[in-house]
Design a protein around this ligand. Structure first.
Ligand code: GLC
Length: 440
């Protein structure tokens, strides 16, 4: 009885804590990003490359993060996984060092995925890494401390879906996990999420972004009350960017636009037909084929493919968020580590043509893309069989053009629509990305 009472009290307090805060805020359609937020958007765009980490109880099942719903696993049985979660080899410093060495400038970590398990210490549910596992360590805290120490930005993935909680309203997915009440209890679940977000934005230092996912699980007219949630985030940390992987054009109150598995403007995976907004853009993609650890999927993209993604994303004015699914023992898969190293070697030499740039004045072409920083245009030639290349830059004057790494001059001839560059014969045919720097 006592327990019940304190639970009810805690709930009332948490609901009212949030309700109170809501009354002091303005409407999201009046959303004016603060100066800190604008600066954070710039820093985000400058960063260009991040690593996504999908880690949760599902990693133990080793079949990806959707196993709970795909196999209709009972929520109470599934929760027993927590009792055996002991990632003995987890070492935040090792993760962050390896990721930093790849040239990535931020990490996005799954604090709570659709399975509903919190990978951080939360007061609002015992179903969390500290209270429900023998590991008892706040993984997010260790990761956050290490990110802050090593100077890499931290973003937090947060699922709107929860296949475990009884108060989470049923959507298209998670219907077979045995939860009793399809209607759930929205007010309660909403308060729970906002309380957790408050913890995330209070207990872990500076957070670069909250990355929402799962909006698509309900009908489009479902009221997720995002306005209030976004305001809460911006009130707690004005520089924290809000992104939502809803697969549509951005809503009011969002600071970045997310694309899943396709670069902006492309739609091969079927999740990205939406228009491109003026907000900073980010595309997320998997390093093998799955977000969460999948033991049978060793089909990792080659380092060349990964580098090409980064370059193409930059040329399309977007960041690339490349995913790795850590193993249940707490290590990053060896193949992923090797890829990180290779990408890092390339970024060390050519990073200047990526970081801090924006999509260049020449739009993406079949032959490649351009990136630009002030008066420097980097022409990334990814697929060209001829030695000459037409750059449609109109009447724009050029001071000089040269091969980026060797500084060999490149011949420039004016033509009606711009200039024709003639590449030196010595330019290696098999380099991943032939970069020509053009200065205005
Ligand atoms: C999808 C999936 C989810 C994954 C996300 C990453 O929305 O539901 O499992 O975390 O994509 O982009």
């Amino acid at each position: 009885m006592n327990q019940l009472f304190s639970l009810a009290l805690a709930l009332c307090l948490s609901v009212s804590a949030f309700a109170q805060s809501e009354t002091t805020t303005t409407k999201a359609h009046d959303y004016q990003p603060t100066a800190e937020n604008m600066a954070s958007r710039q820093a985000f765009q400058d960063a260009k490359f991040g690593i996504f980490l999908h880690w949760g109880l599902y990693s133990m099942l080793a079949t990806g993060e959707w196993t709970m719903t795909n196999k209709n696993l009972n929520y109470k049985e599934y929760a027993k996984l927590a009792g055996g979660f002991y990632p003995s080899r987890f070492n935040a410093a090792a993760w962050v060092s390896a990721i930093k060495a790849s040239g990535a400038k931020y990490i996005c970590f799954t604090t709570r995925h659709h399975e509903g398990f919190s990978m951080f210490k939360t007061r609002y549910s015992d179903y969390n890494i500290v209270d429900a596992t023998p590991f008892k360590r706040d993984i997010l805290k260790e990761l956050a401390d290490e990110c802050h120490k090593q100077g890499i930005r931290l973003h937090l993935y947060y699922s709107h879906i929860d296949w475990y909680r009884e108060d989470a309203v049923w959507g298209r997915t998670g219907r077979g996990t045995g939860r009793p009440n399809p209607q759930g209890n929205w007010q309660r679940y909403y308060a729970f999420m906002n309380n957790q977000l408050t913890e995330l934005l209070t207990n872990y230092g500076k957070i670069g972004a909250i990355w929402f996912d799962g909006w698509w699980d309900q009908q489009p007219d479902f009221d997720w009350q995002l306005e209030g949630q976004y305001q809460l985030i911006h009130r707690l940390q004005p520089a924290c960017l809000v992104g939502n992987n809803h697969h549509t054009t951005p809503f009011q109150g969002e600071d970045i636009q997310i694309f899943e598995r396709d670069l902006p403007g492309e739609n091969n995976a079927g999740l990205s037909g939406q228009d491109i907004s003026r907000l900073p853009l980010e595309t997320c993609e998997t390093m093998n084929g799955m977000w969460g650890y999948k033991i049978t999927d060793q089909d990792y993209k080659s380092d060349t493919t990964l580098i090409l993604y980064i370059v193409k994303a930059a040329g399309m004015n977007a960041n690339l968020l490349m995913n790795i699914g850590p193993q249940p023992d707490g290590e990053l898969p060896a193949v992923a580590l090797e890829r990180l190293q290779k990408v890092g070697q390339w970024m060390k030499v050519y990073g200047e043509t990526i970081y801090g740039t924006r999509g260049g004045m020449v739009k993406p072409h079949d032959w490649g893309v351009t990136t630009q920083k002030d008066n420097r245009l980097f022409v990334h030639i990814l697929n060209l069989h001829d030695r000459s290349l037409l750059l449609p830059i109109g009447k724009q004057r050029i001071k000089k053009a040269f091969v980026y790494d060797t500084k060999q001059p490149v011949k420039v001839e004016r033509c009606q629509t711009g200039v024709v560059l003639t590449l030196p014969t010595a330019l290696s045919k098999d380099c991943i990305d032939k970069i020509i720097e053009v200065q205005f």
